[in-house]
Design a protein around this ligand. Structure first.
Ligand code: PLP
Length: 397
């Protein structure tokens, strides 16, 4: 007998993938340039030239049996040293290789943290709008995901609802800032309020409530917006990082979990991260790309292209009368749908081959996600369609 849960998860594509596949089929019929696909978060900005140079340099000058060989489960020592140095230089921290565990991207980093923490009856809390994969990663460990309703005013944390959700079974809270899908960056005020509450509740319930900070978009921020470095505010934090977006390497599967020394019972906690990586069968993160990201740890792809896209799209939509919280980073816009049922609105947009994702899957109905990591030309060509939709719904200014 097969696992019913796995059959269900494996048979259902995510809504994002469904829409993306629809776009590919339509492109074959009407042509790529007639499809305005804003469904998927695949970076369109190329990896910096230094990534290619690092790959060539490693392949030409390093021992290939080492480059393509297994590394230690937690990652190559020198790689982790370089990455720790880069983090320390940028955030004024004091980490060493012993604080890092290399992973196959943020998805693995998050699943490893859930697995390492999860015990019977545990609950994990996240805040809408949230990355939908959290649910299957948490449920795979036997734990429960609790979603706190969004604060649609500004997409900071809805503390009133959060206080109703936190309880003695809460093992950890997972945050994602800059956020997919809202693009919002949590302010220092939000982080201070959150961490104060977690400290109080940990004391009240007599056990640590951990904070998992999912940060694949940390470097993609606009107008000098600061993304607070969470370990400075809360000792019991795991930082889940990935180079998928910052270096435009999503297919190469490379990232890390950072475990600070200050976390409760550091030795056992780091061991639990290693144990979780082991039982999930990750063995080690890709050896070649561990070396590549170590050489490029201080760099990013050209973020200014995303900022240009954001300005064009955000200003264009606001001008037409759409309502949207201005993003501080990532490459998503999350405006209100023009009718209460975001799925129906997305279906109407689809008639013009404008492909948007309803907010329902992100735990935030009544909104749509627009992923603008696309050619700027696509945005220019799509704006008249957004306008036409606004006119159909009679909202034009
Ligand atoms: N977390 C968030 C919020 C994401 O948006 C994504 C990918 O889109 C991931 C995690 C997974 O990233 P990775 O490709 O590094 O596994």
């Amino acid at each position: 007998m097969l696992s019913k849960d796995m059959i269900e998860i494996g048979s259902k594509r995510s809504t994002i993938r469904e829409i993306f596949e629809f776009g590919k089929r339509r492109a074959e019929i009407v042509g790529r340039d007639k499809i305005y696909d804003f469904s998927i978060g695949n970076p369109n900005v190329p990896a910096p030239e230094s990534v290619k140079e690092a790959i060539l340099d490693i392949l030409e000058n390093e021992d290939s049996t080492v480059v393509h060989g297994y590394t230690s489960a937690q990652g190559d020592d020198k790689v982790r040293e370089s990455i720790a140095d880069s983090i320390n230089k940028r955030f004024g921290t004091n980490y060493t290789k012993n604080n890092l565990y290399m992973t196959i991207g943020a998805a693995a980093s998050i699943s490893i943290c859930f697995k390492a923490l999860s015990c019977k009856d545990d609950e994990f809390i996240t805040f809408a709008p949230f990355f939908p994969e959290y649910r299957c990663f948490v449920e795979a460990t036997g734990a429960k995901l609790i979603v706190v309703e969004a604060n649609i005013e500004n997409f900071q944390i809805n503390f009133k609802e959060f206080e109703k959700s936190i309880n003695k079974n809460t093992k950890a809270v997972i945050i994602n800032s800059p956020n997919n899908p809202s693009g919002v960056v949590y302010s220092e005020e939000t982080i201070l309020k959150l961490t104060k509450l977690l400290k109080e509740k940990s004391k009240e319930y007599g056990h640590t409530i951990y904070l998992i900070s999912d940060e694949p978009y940390r470097e993609i921020v606009y107008k000098g917006v600061e993304v607070p470095y969470i370990t400075k505010y809360y000792d019991n934090t795991f930082v889940c990082y990935s180079y998928s977006k910052s270096l435009s390497l999503p297919g190469e599967r490379i990232g890390y979990v950072l475990v600070p020394n200050e976390i409760e019972n550091f030795q056992d906690t780091y061991a639990a991260i290693c144990g979780a990586g082991r039982v999930l069968g990750y063995v080690n993160a890709p050896s070649l790309f561990q070396r590549v990201v170590a050489k490029c740890a201080d760099q990013t792809s050209d973020v200014s292209i995303y900022e240009r896209n954001k300005e064009l799209l955000y200003n264009g939509l606001i001008e037409m009368g759409y309502k949207c919280v201005e993003p501080g980073g990532a490459f998503y816009l999350f405006p209100q749908s023009l009718e209460a049922d975001a799925k129906a609105f997305c279906e109407r947009a689809k008639k013009y081959d404008l492909l948007l994702v309803p907010g329902d899957d992100f735990g935030c109905p009544g909104h749509v996600r627009i992923s603008y990591c696309v050619q700027t030309e696509q945005i220019v060509n799509a704006l008249p369609i957004f306008k036409k939709l606004a006119e159909e719904y009679n909202i034009t200014k």
